[in-house]
Design a protein around this ligand. Structure first.
Ligand code: OXD
Ligand code: MN
Length: 625
């Protein structure tokens, strides 16, 4: 870490006009990068500009500084070595979808699923918000690569931020530091991303105020300019609002790049399955936020001889290789997972992964300096302090950890990480899964009839909302491809892009497409399927389909396991429940088709006719049942 600029007094005190106007000695000679850093510094007026190198020493220095400032609590060095707890402001706990903007030149290009802003007007608003917003703070220059540095599927970015929590988190979640900076040679494209917590410590008149553990601003912007591939985020320090490599770059901006360049940027985990016979299949799976992607990515099969290894838990970038097959990388290097519900029964790999070197956010603190959340142990330990810093007992009537409490941990700590995780060429994708959280109607697993039917299946996902974003938890919402909050352009054009890709690639090499649903409930509200490690049984059937050995029967929704084809030996699932897991309720599905028709209508004439064609086919098949 090189401090290039300090205030003239250089002693940490601040003055209103302490503007770092030069970046002399910066560890780059890229004139575009230097000019942009200089311009942003002039706008935001930090006291200092620091170029991050991504080293362990830098990580240790920043975490120590945050412990001293009260932003981080150091956890017990024996129970949780190298780990910290952050408590966010109670008003900054999730992604803010209603303040997430796509500022394309034309409103129609953002489409009906995005909040569009006219670019010049939004720039003027942002200029106002960012003017002087880093006064009294340090601006960190955070160079990063999404994917292995220099890889054929990878991309470069630089985030400017006034949050050391964000710097440290970006160091875990991306390939951050000197190697990425060296790759951004003059003329090399990079995505510029500006972030501020929006709470200057010095006012325009020079008066100062003390810092708080989690600075943020009630006014928030998460703004994307797809044509110029820029990101501006203001007012939040939390997750996808602030770690700009993740949702902002790797999904919203990358989805725009991917469409232009013929690849896919998707909200998908990637896993490697090895069968008892040693055959390897790679699966990419899209689920809405907080629907168990991390659990599936780290699944420990209940079936003997089966092995699942992890490549990614949130984002997949998939590009056609020279052989026409889709190859996927996980562009991230860490996991920003939902803590509540993660326990020895649901995800033993994650429990092991979280032993050391973890930043926890909004978990509860135990009396002996460890963390806890609902689902970690059946009984909460005595003497907990909740995520707001208040004493907590089971009688408190509220959760001890926030439902969107998170862990941030390096993929290198994951016991099930696959050897291919770092392969810049990625892995060949054999199957794509679309899932959601659906208490009714959607079967445990169904195979789409072909790529186009698969695109229709992905476009039709709806899911019960979780705490990952603001909104009403439990409310059913359409979430096509699990990309509703993440597609940076018109969703109907996104559907078309998927269809076009299917036409361009050799049919024999296209991944097979499946829908899955672990969350179906019986009339009594019980989950019908045990889930977690037992989901390996569904993967087994999927692998059997890829290998041409698993039997299926046709339903209006696609192929589901033929009687006896899903291995349920030793499982406590009754024949009635198994029947219910695959029951196609014709009336309910006619209702679903009506809702989907209404939803598709919101996309207007840009909706690909193949999708309305498949809606007709669905109704036709339902009528024949
Ligand atoms: C996430 C999300 O954090 O989808 O991955 O919200
Ligand atoms: Mn996600």
């Amino acid at each position: 870490m090189t401090a290039l600029e300090t205030t003239p007094d250089g002693d940490g005190s601040t003055t209103a006009d302490a503007v770092p106007v030069e970046v002399l000695g910066a560890p780059t000679d890229n004139p575009d990068l230097l000019e942009w850093v200089r311009r942003t510094a002039r706008l935001t007026t930090p006291d200092a500009v620091v170029w991050c190198d991504g080293s362990r020493a830098e990580h240790d220095r920043l975490t120590a500084q945050m412990v001293a400032d009260g932003t981080l609590i150091a956890l017990d060095p024996v129970k949780r070595p190298g780990s910290f707890l952050a408590r966010s402001d109670p008003d900054d706990v999730a992604r803010v979808e209603h303040r997430t903007f796509i500022a394309s030149e034309h409103e129609a290009d953002a489409g009906p699923t995005n909040h569009w802003r006219e670019p010049a007007a939004l720039r003027a608003e942002l200029d106002g918000a960012f003017a002087g917003c880093m006064r009294g703070r340090t601006m960190y220059v955070v160079p990063f690569s999404m994917g292995p540095v220099g890889g054929p599927i990878s991309q470069l970015g630089v985030q400017l931020t006034d949050s050391p929590y964000v710097v440290v988190s970006m160091g875990v979640m991306t390939r951050m530091g000197s190697d990425a900076l060296a790759a951004i040679s003059p003329g090399t494209p990079f995505v510029p991303a500006v972030h501020s917590v929006g709470r200057p410590l010095v006012a325009a008149d020079g008066s100062t105020r003390p810092d708080v553990p989690w600075p943020c601003n009630p006014l928030k912007y998460v703004a994307h300019f797809p044509e110029t591939r820029e990101i501006w985020s203001f007012g939040s320090g939390y997750g996808g609002n602030a770690l700009l490599g993740k949702k902002c770059f790797a999904l919203r901006i990358a989805s725009v790049m991917a469409r232009e360049e013929g690849w896919l940027a998707e909200h998908m985990l990637v896993l490697k399955v090895t069968t008892p016979q040693g055959r390897v299949h790679h699966v990419a799976a899209a689920f809405p936020s907080a629907c168990g992607k991390t659990n599936l990515a780290m699944l420990q099969p209940s079936l003997p001889g089966w092995r699942v290894e992890t490549i990614g838990d949130d984002i997949a970038w998939m590009r056609p290789g020279a052989d026409g097959r889709l190859r996927a990388i996980n562009p991230e290097t860490g996991f920003f997972g939902v803590a509540p519900g993660t326990g020895p029964e649901t995800n033993p790999v994650a429990v092991e992964m979280l032993r050391e070197d973890v930043i926890f956010t909004n978990c509860a603190l135990t009396a002996d300096g460890d963390v806890w959340w609902e689902g970690l142990t059946p009984e909460p330990p005595a003497g907990l302090t909740d995520w707001r810093g208040e004493p907590w007992t089971p009688a408190s009537g509220r959760p001890a950890a926030h439902p969107n409490a998170r862990f941030t941990v390096s993929a290198a700590r994951c016991p099930s990480i696959a050897a291919e995780f770092d392969d810049p060429e990625g892995v060949v994708v054999d199957a794509i899964l679309f899932g959601g959280r659906r208490g009714s109607n959607v079967p445990l697993v169904a195979q789409a009839l072909d790529w186009t039917h698969g695109v229709f299946t992905g476009a039709g996902i709806s899911s019960e909302q979780t705490a990952a974003a603001e909104g009403t938890v439990g409310e059913l919402r359409h979430d096509p491809f699990a990309m509703l909050p993440f597609t940076g352009y018109h969703m109907a054009d996104y559907f078309q892009h998927w269809l076009d890709l299917g036409k361009r690639l050799p049919a024999a090499g296209l991944p097979a497409v499946f829908s899955v649903n672990w969350f179906r409930r019986g009339d009594d509200g019980r989950f019908l399927w045990p889930g977690f490690g037992e989901n390996a049984r569904v993967l087994e059937w999927i692998c059997g389909r890829l290998e041409g050995t698993a039997a299926a029967r046709f339903t209006p929704l696609g192929h589901v396991p033929a009687a006896g084809a899903l291995d349920v030996a030793g499982l406590d699932v009754s024949a009635e429940d198994l029947g219910e897991l695959f029951r196609v309720d014709v009336d309910a599905w006619l209702g679903e088709a009506d809702l989907l028709e209404e939803y598709f209508a919101t996309f207007g004439p840009r909706l690909p006719h193949e999708l309305t064609g498949h809606l007709d086919l669905l109704r036709y098949r339902l009528a024949g049942v």
